[in-house]
Design a binder for this molecule. Structure first.
Ligand code: NAD
Length: 370
């Protein structure tokens, strides 16, 4: 049995615990069939932590997250906690984790499984086989820059201000993540900014290019204005391999790319921090979707986004690419057999529950490993 790998699971609220239960079965399958054991700890975040401790994440949980090799989170939030003041809301727990772990690179793959190509808003031929990775800078830029605020001017008008600001290091560390990912994929990076109208964009372009010339000459680098990237994503999305961009443009481009692939219930993500002395990065893996209160408790949620988030943990934290491939292949097989949760239902397919989707994935894994 390989050395224990430390995983902190934070199921959270709403459908979080339901999708996490099925993910846990995949983790247990790994221990049984691939002799890879995970040392799994479970804890509370979001509304469930508010109910138990009065705050959306405790210091103790943050410390466990700091020590874990990887954190796997379900989703947070729900109507029960909607009327709490902003600072006490479930989402603050997630934001605190991201901040304290200094997770500056957000990875959002947009992969279109052939069986779901017709669920995309684009034509099948444009999206079938799509496999792009958007790397978004997560802790800097206009969402955090100062000065910021709303002020009243002497003439009575109001003025809203936010500041787009990036430093050399902030740009280089996220670009390095993109170049390293590209080396393990199609070896191409497209860096997106608005260097035509923004100084921060000029700096972004120059620093990405410099880092490339110094350390990643083997990777093909191109630069694209972010507005053109938005257009190219719906015109010919398969031209991209890895896209790296700032916090604001990444927010928009990653949501746009996500919708090319079908459903929220299929979309995983990872957020990575700086590497430590051993080269390991702090990491939080989570589905892109929220707690889906409208279907919570009904055994109806699609667990695939969370299971694919675990596959990302296998690939990026635990360096277990073969096992990640297995999980992704099992998802592909189950979809090809016509198994669908409600969110990805199509004509001629069978509607299954969260737990039956889990059963089917375990069966597919067994078949692949046989
Ligand atoms: P949502 O992602 O929870 O749901 C949007 C729609 O997609 C709903 O109709 C839902 O049923 C459906 N859906 C989402 N995930 C699904 C899945 N796995 N399987 C099947 N259907 C799925 O977004 P929302 O409704 O805007 O927000 C609900 C709550 O979640 C709010 O409290 C919000 O603040 C929170 N939220 C949390 C996160 C997070 O934890 N990272 C992200 C977004 C929203």
């Amino acid at each position: 049995m390989a050395a224990n790998k430390n995983l902190l699971m934070l199921p959270g609220d709403g459908i979080g615990p339901e999708v996490m239960r099925e993910t846990r079965r995949v983790i247990e399958w790994m221990a049984k069939k691939r002799a890879v054991s995970f040392d799994v700890t479970e804890d509370l975040v979001g509304g469930s932590a508010i109910d138990a401790h009065g705050i959306p994440v405790t210091d103790d949980t943050v410390e466990k997250a700091q020590k874990a090799d990887a954190v796997l989170l379900g989703a947070v939030g729900g109507p029960k906690w909607d009327n709490l003041p902003f600072e006490q809301k479930p989402e603050r727990g997630l934001l605190r984790l991201r901040k304290e772990l200094e997770l500056f690179a957000n990875l959002r793959p947009a992969v279109c499984f052939p069986a779901l190509a017709d669920a995309s808003s684009l034509k099948r031929e444009l999206v079938e086989g799509l496999d792009i990775m958007i790397v978004r800078e997560l802790t800097g830029g206009v969402y955090f820059g100062t000065p910021r605020g709303i002020e009243t001017l002497p003439d009575g008008q109001r003025r809203g201000v936010n500041t787009q600001v990036y430093t050399t290091n902030e740009i280089r560390r996220v670009a390095a993540v993109a170049f390293e990912l590209a080396r393990k994929r199609g070896n191409r990076v497209t860096s997106c900014e608005k260097a035509n109208v923004m100084e921060s964009g000029v700096l972004w372009r120059e620093e990405v290019q410099k880092l490339h010339d110094e350390s990643y000459k083997d990777v093909e680098l191109s630069h694209m204005y972010a507005d053109n990237a938005a257009m190219q994503l719906v015109r010919a999305p398969k031209q991209f391999d890895v896209i790296v961009t700032d916090n604001l443009f990444g927010d928009i481009l990653s949501d746009e790319a996500a919708m090319l692939t079908g459903s929220l219930g299929m979309l995983p993500s990872a957020s990575l921090g700086a590497p430590d002395a051993t080269g390991r990065r702090k990491a939080l893996y989570e589905p892109v979707h929220g707690s889906a209160p409208d279907i919570a408790g009904q055994n109806a949620a699609n667990p695939i986004a969370t299971i694919l988030s675990f596959a990302m943990a296998l690939r990026y934290t635990f360096d277990m690419g073969d096992e990640a491939d297995l999980v992704e292949k099992a998802v592909k097989d189950v979809l090809e057999k016509g198994m669908r949760t409600g969110d990805i239902m199509q004509k001629g397919t069978a509607k299954v529950s969260t737990s039956v989707m889990g059963d089917s994935l375990i069966l597919a894994l067994n078949n692949l490993a046989a």
